[in-house]
Structures are given as C-alpha cells and as structure tokens.
Ligand binder design. Structure first.
Ligand SMILES: Nc1ncnc2c1ncn2[C@@H]1O[C@H](COP(=O)(O)OP(=O)(O)OP(=O)(O)O)[C@@H](O)[C@H]1O
Length: 344
C-alpha cells in the first residue's frame, strides 16, 4: 500500500508543488489547510480557493482544520505579550513547534498518516534538521524548536531545490502556474504591515518616556518602549548627539530605553532558556545564529539546568531578547533556545 502523507497546503506555490512532487513519488497525499487567525480580510477565502483548485487538479482530499484558538493561545498571545515585556518575539518559531509540527502533526497521526510534509526550505534525516540547499530561502532557523521525535515523520520536498526552480516547475503545471503569479506571503502571516498595528489593538503604545545612556543619565526622549527593538536607530531623540545612537536595552516597567553609540552595542555573552537540543552534550563548540537574517558566529555553549550561556567568539550587535539563538555544526542544526539576557 502507498505511504500516506499529510501535506500542509497553504494555497501557495511551495506547498502546492510539495503535494505534486509527493504524489509523483507515489505517496497517497492528503491536503490540509489550517485556519490560524482572522486578522486579514479575505485571507482564508483566497488561500482556500487556491488550495482547493490544486487539490482538485491532483485529485486529492483537502481538509480545512480550524486551529485558531490554539494559535491564539500559543502564538498570537505570546507575540503580544512579548512586546509588552520589552522583548522581540519570534512567532514563526513558536508556530512551528506548537501548530505546524504540533497540532497539525497530531492531526496527521489521527488520520493514520505515515508522514507530514510542508513546503519549508530545510532538510531532515529524521534525526536532525539541516540548512536548505537554497541559502536565500533557508528556513532551518525557524524549525529549530521542533520536537526531535517528530522529525522522523517529516518530509521537506523543497530541500533540494532553489525557489527559482520551484517557480519554474510550478509554471509547467496548469493550476499551479496561476498560483506562481500570486504575491509572496508576508513575513509573519498575521502581520499585514507593521507589528505595532497589532499591539495597538491591545494597549496604548504611545507612551512617551526617557532615553538613557549606559550610565543611566537622561539623554533624550522616546515615543513608547513598544515602538523599539534592540539595535533600532531611529524614532527617538538624543540631545546634542553628533553620531547615530542605537537602542541597547528596553525597560518595560520604567518605560525607558537605553541608547548607545555603535561601538557600545556589541554583546559577548548570551543567556538562553526554553532549550530544544538535538544533541546530548552539556558543553560544545559550534556556530550560532542570533536572529534570522544574519551570519553565524563561532561560539562555545555551556548548559546548566534549563539554561545555556553562549560565549561568542566576537562581539555581536543588535542581539534582542525574545529572539531565538540557533546552534549549527556546518549545515546541521544542533538545537536552540530563546534569548533571555545579553552581556557586554
Ligand atoms: N495555513 C496553512 N495551512 C496549511 N499549511 C500551511 C499554512 N501556512 C503554512 N503552511 C505550510 O508551511 C509551509 C511554510 O509556510 P511559509 O508561510 O513559511 O511558506 P510559504 O513560502 O508562504 O509557502 P507556500 O508557498 O506553500 O505558501 C508552507 O509551504 C505550507 O506547507
């Protein structure tokens, strides 16, 4: 009997080609669309119409799974809460652990599927996650909090392709060809423009306050701490400054931000919690990504109980609490954790 695979079909090109490729390989493919939020007008209608068309053309089932209350609890509320706490959240990392490779994985098991597949650009060998072939699309960073025991049931057919190849392949298939013309999805699926539009719905974010220097002296003013992320350069005043200043720290309780010159922005040590490790070591050397679009930095990691300290080989600017630190050995993801504190 053919192996059964559930494909998360968002209506976009990557997951449509994923379903097509797996069917070509002989899998019994079942498509699933997850309703995750109602924050953007016509979002689901357009996506579902597109997904349904593809499913029909492949002759496969297409389920609609309403996971919106779980998504609100695990991803949306966390996202808002982190900004209120002065941190910079990573909702996609949370979603991958709890929703796409959490609740959707549970659904796949209930359906008796052997595998779950998505259009993520990453690789897995069932034990580890690896960077995708296409550097510019690689999503391994966002997958680094997935539970390790789920990995043996995952397939990422995009792993060996470049996005341009997928668009080209999709364009040879009549129904998918239409999808190829759709606009790329936004970075965070529920943020249409800027994150502050979302936070504004829950609280007043315009709370003028003081900008301090690293010694605690008042040097200027800001618009409200939730407008800033670590490393941000604009949107606050520093009296008499001749050089650009950057946000170094955010204190939500005092509604202050600490600003500094570029030279003082770097951190050499990073403390992380909520560890998800794919290796069983307490001390190791590796490279680390401290945000998505950045270079890896060589480091040493020491784990103590539920936290880890990362000793960076060189100072790194703009490291934000709330973001995810992902460890790599070459292309292999070794694990990750959420940034709790940084040290100069
Ligand atoms: N609402 C959804 N329902 C089902 N699967 C989803 C949904 N959103 C994302 N996915 C799955 O997660 C994968 C990665 O999502 P992401 O939003 O990062 O990708 P994308 O580049 O927009 O992909 P696509 O072109 O397939 O929309 C998708 O390819 C798809 O398999």
């Amino acid at each position: 009997m053919n192996k059964k695979v559930i494909v998360g079909m968002s209506g976009g090109i990557d997951s449509s080609v994923t379903a097509y490729l797996l069917q070509q390989e002989g899998y019994e493919v079942i498509g699933v669309y997850m309703k995750l939020h109602d924050l953007i007008e016509n979002f689901h209608e357009d996506n579902i119409a597109s997904g349904k068309k593809v499913a029909r053309s492949l002759g496969i089932e297409y389920h609609i799974l309403d996971l919106s209350s779980k998504f609100k609890e695990e991803v949306y509320d966390y996202f808002v809460g982190e900004y209120l706490n002065g941190n910079t959240p990573n909702p996609c990392v949370k979603c991958n652990r709890t929703i796409k490779f959490g609740a959707l994985f549970d659904f796949a098991k209930e359906q008796g599927a052997d595998f779950l597949a998505t259009g993520h650009y990453a690789k897995t060998d069932g034990e580890f996650i690896y960077k995708a072939e296409d550097d510019t699309k690689d999503q391994s960073y966002f997958l680094a909090q997935i539970k390790q025991d789920v990995l043996k049931h995952l397939i990422f057919p995009m792993n060996k392709y470049r996005k341009t190849e997928i668009v080209k392949l999709g364009s040879t298939l009549p129904v998918i060809k239409e999808i190829a013309k759709r606009k790329e999805s936004q970075e965070i699926c529920f943020v249409e423009n800027v994150y502050t539009d979302i936070i504004k719905k829950h609280t007043d974010i315009d709370l003028p306050g003081l900008a301090l220097d690293t010694d605690g002296n008042e040097v200027g003013h800001h618009k409200g701490y939730m407008h800033y992320t670590i490393g941000k350069r604009r949107g606050f005043t520093v009296h008499g400054a001749h050089e650009p200043h950057y946000v170094k720290e955010i204190d939500p309780n005092a509604n202050t931000i600490v600003v500094c010159k570029k030279d003082d922005l770097g951190v050499s040590k990073v403390l992380i919690d909520t560890l998800n490790l794919f290796i069983d070591k307490k001390e190791f050397e590796c490279t680390v990504k401290l945000r998505y679009r950045t270079h890896k930095i060589a480091c040493k990691v020491i784990i103590e109980d539920s936290e880890a300290m990362i000793y960076l080989d060189k100072n790194v600017d703009g490291v934000a609490t709330g973001q995810v630190a992902v460890f790599y050995d070459g292309n292999k993801v070794l694990g990750s954790g959420f940034i709790k504190k940084t040290f100069q």
